[in-house]
Design a protein around this ligand. Structure first.
Ligand SMILES: *Cc1c(COP(=O)(O)O)cnc(C)c1O
Length: 394
């Protein structure tokens, strides 16, 4: 038997969460539909273990299709176990809710995904949870913000609009010194490019909607935890009644099988396009940790094994409408929410509006590009067309 702990990540992606001999020899765990699970007698029904979330007892706790996805993601990321939820945002909400009660204080990175901030401000604060936003670049300085009633530190690295890389090991060292867990939205890093648990994360959260499902056809959330916090998180997910359709789990697992090939390829194209953008006179700078001159590059290189194909471009000051004209002129880049699929996307954004602990003042308007699997030269030609419209409109 191969030692599972020593397998490289591309091998894990291919083999984890599969057991063909259990399912008539089929390579993929099939779609299992079901709500009620029947037991052979009342004794075994009454003896079912409420703390064991990996055996069949009722559909809400998952069927073998969900178990296969959860096992594969947990193994790839190096966590103890994972649970699937209906969306990335549901995963964030449930993970946060697992660790707070009235009177608690939590620390949340100022660069977090907007809906995460909405959940904290609109749902947690009215329940009497004190939410403090901190500078994402604070590193070990987080120690000074930890109070006796602080119950978690929430990170997102890099920020999905502004791309600050957080020093997760330094934050984790400070939090763990006070026995506080570190929760991290690892959607950009993915279980493939960021092995959270080796960096000190306790609870890793993914919008599986992005690179894991990878085909812009599935909404999915995943929470992966270490052993210490598994039951705390899994019970919270159960208490809220979250569960995921087996069809969506099947699609997410099908996507996961090719995450390595897709992300390596998309990274190559993204680096090429980011460098090209950087050379353009219309561009002030590109914010992408994979580029050598980025402030977060050294930390990214230390902690990640690759870069997602999502980055920001700061344009030289032009009217907001000119930025719109540029994006509207793109023919291959779609305009829309989300990312991590096979197709390229472009949006403009103004993160300054949502910051409270830090100022976001990059010196020009921000566009965010997601690079898909198209030929990068075609995408560059498309961006060239966009930039000519930008010049005409400014
Ligand atoms: C998209 C996204 C989410 C939410 O995922 P959904 O599945 O769309 O709910 C959470 N965090 C980050 C960083 C994201 O980009």
């Amino acid at each position: 038997m191969a030692d599972k702990k020593k397998l490289k990540r591309d091998t894990i992606i291919t083999h984890a969460g599969r057991d063909p001999q259990r399912y008539a020899g089929l390579i993929n765990t099939p779609v299992f539909r079901g709500s009620t699970v029947l037991f052979p007698d009342v004794e075994s029904y009454e003896a079912r273990d409420p703390g064991n979330y990996k055996v069949m007892r009722y559909g809400i706790y998952g069927t073998p299709t969900a178990f296969a996805l959860e096992e594969a993601v947990a193994q790839l990321e190096g966590g103890h176990a994972a649970v699937a939820l209906p969306s990335g945002l549901a995963a964030i909400a449930a993970a946060l809710a697992a660790f707070v009660k009235t009177g608690d204080h939590i620390l949340v990175a100022d660069s977090v995904y907007g809906p995460t901030r909405n959940f904290c401000d609109r749902r947690l604060k009215p329940f009497g949870v004190e939410v403090e936003y901190y500078d994402p670049l604070i590193a070990g300085g987080i120690a000074k913000l930890i109070r006796p009633n602080t119950t978690l530190v929430f990170c997102e690295t890099p920020g999905s609009l502004t791309f600050e890389i957080q020093d997760i090991p330094a934050i984790a060292a400070a939090a763990h010194a006070k026995a506080i867990p570190v929760l991290a939205d690892n959607t950009w890093g993915t279980p493939y490019f960021f092995r959270s648990f080796e960096r000190g994360v306790d609870v890793s959260i993914h919008a599986g909607t992005k690179y894991i499902a990878g085909h812009s056809d599935t909404l999915m959330g995943l929470i992966v935890t270490n052993e210490q916090y598994w039951l705390k998180v899994r019970k919270a997910v159960a208490d809220y009644g979250y569960c995921v359709s087996p069809d969506d789990c099947f699609l997410a697992l099908r996507g996961l099988r090719t995450i390595g090939a897709r992300m390596q390829h998309q990274q190559q194209s993204a680096v090429k396009i980011a460098r090209w953008m950087q050379s353009r006179p219309e561009v002030l700078r590109v914010i992408y940790p994979a580029l050598e001159d980025n402030p977060g590059h050294a930390l990214w290189k230390r902690d990640f094994t690759g870069a997602a194909s999502l980055f920001g471009v700061i344009l030289r000051p032009v009217p907001w409408e000119a930025v719109g004209a540029m994006i509207n002129a793109l023919e291959l880049f779609g305009i829309g929410s989300s990312w991590g699929g096979f197709e390229s996307l472009a949006i403009r954004a103004d993160p300054a509006r949502v910051r409270t602990a830090t100022k976001w003042n990059p010196g020009g308007p921000l566009i965010r590009l997601h690079i898909g699997l198209e030929d990068p030269d075609d995408l560059i030609a498309d961006l060239e067309r966009g930039l000519s419209h930008l010049r005409q409109a400014s």
